[in-house]
Design a protein around this ligand. Structure first.
Ligand SMILES: Cc1ncc(COP(=O)(O)O)c(C=O)c1O
Length: 231
């Protein structure tokens, strides 16, 4: 099997897992989008996934995203252009590589970052990354700070909020997924300009079924599609 064939087979398997989990949860399979996490994987892997019908790709590093998207745009024509998402921690000095350039930024975790994104002056859909478990080592906003960050969108012209994102701690992720959904449901009951909390970005290779059962609308899957990442 070639590398491209392997990626296509892996993608088919992941799509089948998502569909089965959605059906088990009484949800239509199309209510869950697959984000292929291509972090540390070469542009040729992304190309193979696109040829196999994958549309959305998640990157964690601003410069890697810039370089990989340029390589793909310059290379042979693709059946469909990739839709890039940014899912990694973002420093203010790297915002220029990302804001206005990705379909969705999953990792908005502070008012300062929101201001830096808005200052680029280009439309940008964002998800707020919430540190539901309050882990000191993880980025993301404390749940108590979420209402104020959502309120902040009202005064903005370019950035808008489309939902919440979570990276759970190691161990049983289910209570964290459930907590993110509960937080979303609570905040979604409040109408705010430029805020529509329709997306829940949660679930990875190991726990996508649990995330779908708890209401994920986007699952971010790397290893099950591309194999182990180089270190
Ligand atoms: C934010 C984020 N989501 C999802 C993934 C994909 O994880 P996995 O390879 O376990 O599917 C990664 C991988 O590093 C990640 O950083």
């Amino acid at each position: 099997m070639t590398r491209a064939e392997q990626i296509a087979a892996n993608l088919a398997e992941v799509r089948a897992r998502i569909a089965a989990a959605a059906r088990a949860a009484g949800r239509p399979p199309e209510s869950v989008r697959l984000l292929a996490v291509s972090k540390k994987m070469p542009a040729d892997d992304v190309r193979a996934a696109i040829v196999a019908g994958q549309r959305a790709f998640g990157e964690n590093y601003a410069q890697e995203l810039r370089d990989k998207s340029a390589l793909l745009a310059e290379g042979p024509a693709l059946p469909t252009p990739p839709e890039w998402h940014f899912i990694g921690p973002l420093q203010a000095n790297k915002v220029k590589y990302v804001a206005g350039k990705v379909a969705l930024l999953h990792s908005l975790g502070s008012p300062a970052l929101l201001d830096a994104i808005e200052a680029r002056g280009a439309p940008q859909a964002c998800l707020v990354q919430v540190n539901v478990a309050g882990e000191a080592s993880k980025s993301g906003l404390a749940p108590a700070d979420l209402p104020a960050l959502l309120d902040r969108f009202a005064a903005l012209k370019h950035a808008r909020c489309e939902g919440l994102m979570l990276i759970p701690p190691r161990g049983d992720a289910r209570p964290h997924f459930a907590a993110l959904r509960a937080l979303r449901d609570k905040e979604a009951a409040i109408t705010r300009p430029n805020v529509d909390l329709r997306e829940l970005s949660m679930g990875m290779t190991e726990d996508l079924e649990v995330a779908v059962a708890e209401g994920a609308t986007i699952v971010r899957v790397g290893t099950a599609i591309f194999g182990p990442r180089p270190t």
